[in-house]
Design a protein around this ligand. Structure first.
Ligand SMILES: NC(=O)c1ccc[n+]([C@@H]2O[C@H](COP(=O)([O-])OP(=O)(O)OC[C@H]3O[C@@H](n4cnc5c(N)ncnc54)[C@H](O)[C@@H]3O)[C@@H](O)[C@H]2O)c1
Length: 264
């Protein structure tokens, strides 16, 4: 797919990976719909893109709302006449172990709340489902070439303290195979789906993570540093351009390994 004159919708575009992806695609000639619930920050990103000579529209929306996902897809098509790329970057973490024990009694003192569980499932999993479903609907009905990009995570492997988050990212990792399988069945040949599973990336979501755990994990990263959002954004742009990439989730982790776990 040519990025020049394509139309890309990016959720979570007010910050981090979504912001950098939106700016990168805009710099390569795509017209961009910026979606985020943070109105002030998507306005800022929009001004940056316009100042750099790009074309974009900012749409404040909550990806967990079915009315909102239908609205932002419709607004994108009304504004730019088509939709080719949908990148679902909106995501949150609400970490905590399933059970907390009282140090003295050894009995359970606190459980992971249903609220923490539901909020992560709603944004990461349901929000991505609604975003990609409605984007795909527009692409099929419009007959436009398309790419759907769910964002998984290296923590799909199962991070302790992230039962909710890891569950969503493990599920999202499977989206490309299932969605493209369905497209094959329905003879929809013009839309691809490629997932991205980033490793630990320098964005504000990491500041909410347990910092001791983060430092411990970084020791296992061959690259020896956090990944830059630009490195993820460049991969997403490449996925759009290389039509052989399809029905898979690509890990971009800087070489996260677990040498301590090697069987001896
Ligand atoms: N940063 C990392 O290390 C890392 C690693 C792996 C995967 N990821 C994933 O990449 C994606 C982007 O993460 P990031 O690091 O850029 O985070 P970030 O916190 O910088 O950005 C996330 C954006 O999503 C928006 N958002 C949250 N809930 C929303 C909702 N209900 N509706 C609309 N917008 C909403 C936030 O306002 C924010 O602008 C997430 O799905 C995250 O899980 C991040």
């Amino acid at each position: 797919m040519q990025l020049e004159n394509s139309v890309a919708l990016v959720t979570g575009a007010a910050s981090g990976i979504g912001e950098t992806t939106a700016k990168t695609l805009a710099a390569k000639g795509a017209r961009i719909a910026l979606v985020d619930r943070d109105e002030e920050q998507i306005e800022r990103v929009m001004q940056d893109i316009l100042a750099a000579g790009g074309q974009c529209v900012a749409i404040a929306a909550d990806v967990t709302s079915e009315e909102d996902t239908a609205r932002f897809v419709a607004r994108t098509v009304e504004t730019f006449g088509q939709l080719n790329i949908a990148v679902s970057c909106a995501g949150i973490i609400r970490d905590g172990t399933m059970l907390n024990l009282d140090r003295e009694t050894g009995k359970v003192s606190r459980k992971l709340s249903l609220d923490k569980w539901n909020s992560v499932i709603d944004v990461n999993l349901t929000g991505t489902f609604l975003t990609l479903r409605d984007a795909a609907e527009a692409m099929v009905n419009g007959g436009w070439d398309g790419l759907l990009v769910p964002i998984s995570s290296v923590n799909k492997i199962g991070q302790v303290g992230q039962l909710n988050y890891s569950a969503t990212k493990a599920a999202l990792e499977r989206f490309p195979k299932i969605i493209v399988g369905e497209f094959l069945l329905r003879k929809i040949r013009h839309i691809r789906c490629v997932g991205i599973a980033p490793g630990y990336t320098e964005t504000k979501i990491l500041t909410e993570m347990n910092q001791d755990a983060l430092q411990a994990i970084l020791k296992d990263v061959h690259l020896g540093r956090l990944i830059k959002p630009q490195e993820i954004a460049d991969m997403i742009a490449y996925c759009a351009q290389n039509e052989a990439l399809n029905a898979t989730t690509i890990e971009i982790t800087g070489g996260l390994c677990f040498p301590g776990n090697i069987a001896k």
